[in-house]
Design a protein around this ligand. Structure first.
Ligand code: DGP
Length: 112
């Protein structure tokens, strides 16, 4: 999508600190890390938010979590938090589905 920052990262128009890529997903370090490890995994297919997925995306969304597990294993990260913000009030600022992997420090629950 033309005005989507993450589509531009996928297309290489905006640089990123890439940590993983396959034909379906791209993962890169978050520009504003909230923990020693803060990686974003995005599907290459542009879907604005989780509310927009349908059953046809089941494999894609499952694969997003499999990619997260693979990346964390590669990084020997055993404890981590996975976050998907959906909508502005939930803190979503980029409207292209992304899974945050946050780790490398202890975290409180519930979040603020
Ligand atoms: P969210 O608030 O859930 O929509 O998270 C968006 C995240 O994306 C936020 O943590 C900052 C990150 N981000 C925004 N723009 C860029 C960018 O151009 N490059 C990188 N690496 N991260 C970005």
């Amino acid at each position: 999508m033309d005005d989507c920052i993450f589509c531009k990262i996928i297309d290489g128009e905006i640089p990123s600190d890439k940590v993983y890529e396959d034909e379906t997903f791209l993962a890169f370090n978050d520009v504003n890390p909230q923990a020693p490890t803060h990686i974003l995994i995005i599907p290459k297919k542009h879907i604005p938010k989780i509310s927009d997925i349908t059953e046809s995306d089941n494999e894609l969304i499952g694969g997003l979590f499999t990619a997260a597990a693979k990346i964390c294993k590669e990084k020997s990260l055993s404890d981590f938090r996975l976050v998907i913000n959906n909508g502005e009030d939930a803190g979503q600022t980029v409207f292209h589905i992304h899974l945050h992997i946050i780790g490398g420090r202890s975290m409180e629950w519930p979040p603020g």
